[in-house]
Design a protein around this ligand. Structure first.
Ligand SMILES: Cc1cc2nc3c(=O)[nH]c(=O)nc-3n(C[C@H](O)[C@H](O)[C@H](O)COP(=O)(O)OP(=O)(O)OC[C@H]3O[C@@H](n4cnc5c(N)ncnc54)[C@H](O)[C@@H]3O)c2cc1C
Length: 321
């Protein structure tokens, strides 16, 4: 009886909630089955209400930003998707308070128009501020952790809103405390420096051009695997493949190097393909199923482990598996 009324009770408590929404329309992979319930949160209050309601109804929920770091299963998600579209931004001098649903590229452009430098590297990344803070997104030597002063979160456990400073966030390479704790990122205070508008816009243009040239056109979720710290790579690998040393940057070996060296460029399973343009991107080249991508990931990990003794770790997240 309880279960039967769940949809009705959810609609009463969370006006605007939709049913049976196809998630492939909300992921950059263009893959994913249906979400049983789907809610677009346009304000902080919407987010708090959605989380509170899901908890009251004992309904699993998932936070969706730009869906650009995500593989959603073909079965979809049997719970409530809360899609962040809270996008307010408040700029006073070099202090920027921005909500989690703001697209990164849009924020970089707003900052450029205000003569604020520090986020140019993010131009072209199809995610939100919340997703980028959670994964400590970065490129071209910059990362979210450089800009974050404080992060305001909703703690799912007690439904309290709390403020965390940069050190509390425990930022590491593509990692933060938000991957461990059940915190919903609501907004952040970011800090930037003043710079000439033209110089900032030129940097943004360079980043966008680089992405246009180097990144595949087919749908993807960006880099599939994290790059690999050299300290976890067996010494024998560098003895056998001395040219690998040239690919190291800041003690990190790009996963793309390992994938290319293993001869995996162009490897295809179903509609999933290891990109020719960027070996660390898996692309959906022909109506791939989530299972195709998952199998290809498994195959790459197994091959790299067997050939080089290196264990690759996914950068992309999974939902509904
Ligand atoms: C073409 C392309 C290029 C890319 N280039 C880069 C790059 O250069 N550098 C890089 O780092 N990444 C890159 N990415 C990956 C991706 O865009 C980033 O990781 C991005 O920051 C993910 O943000 P999102 O909003 O899309 O998160 P989603 O994919 O929606 O979600 C990812 C995870 O974050 C969680 N999450 C989202 N919002 C919140 C929130 N408000 N609070 C708590 N958790 C939240 C989700 O629950 C999920 O677990 C690229 C992706 C593509 C498709």
């Amino acid at each position: 009886m309880e279960k039967k009324n769940l949809g009705k009770r959810l609609e009463e408590k969370l006006p605007g909630v939709k049913k049976n929404i196809l998630l492939k329309d909300y992921t950059t992979f263009k893959i994913g089955g249906r979400a049983k319930y789907f809610f677009i949160a346009q304000t902080k209050e919407d987010i708090i209400l959605a989380v509170k309601t899901a908890k009251e109804l004992n309904l699993p929920f998932f936070i969706l930003g730009g869906g650009s770091n995500l593989l959603v299963s073909d079965k979809g998600f049997n719970g409530l998707i809360i899609k962040t579209e809270n996008k307010k931004v408040d700029i006073k001098n070099s202090k920027v308070i921005v909500e989690a649903g703001m697209p990164l590229t849009k924020l970089a452009s707003i900052l450029a128009n205000r003569g604020l430098t520090g986020l140019e590297w993010s131009a072209g990344i199809p995610g939100t501020v919340g997703g980028a803070i959670r994964g400590n997104a970065g490129a071209f030597g910059g990362s979210m952790s450089d800009a974050v002063k404080t992060v305001t979160i909703l703690d799912y456990k007690d439904l309290n809103v709390k403020k965390m400073n940069n050190a509390d966030c425990k930022f590491r390479y593509r990692d933060s405390i938000f991957k461990e704790k059940k915190f919903f990122i609501l907004s952040a205070e970011l800090k930037f420096k003043k710079e000439e508008e033209d110089k900032i816009k030129e940097k943004i243009k360079e980043c966008l051009n680089y992405r246009k040239m180097r990144h595949p056109k087919n749908p993807s979720a960006g880099s599939t695997f994290k790059n690999v710290p050299i300290k976890i790579i067996p010494k024998i690998f560098f003895e056998e493949i001395p040219e690998a040393k040239k690919a190291i940057k800041e003690n990190i070996l790009p996963s793309a190097f390992l994938i290319a060296k293993a001869g995996l460029i162009g490897k295809k399973i179903g509609g999933a393909l290891v990109s020719h343009e960027h070996p660390n991107f898996i692309v959906n080249c022909n109506n791939a199923r989530a299972q195709d991508i998952k199998q290809l990931i498994r195959f790459i990990k197994k091959t790299i482990k067997n050939k080089f003794g290196v264990i690759l770790e996914e950068e992309i997240m999974y939902l509904g598996f």
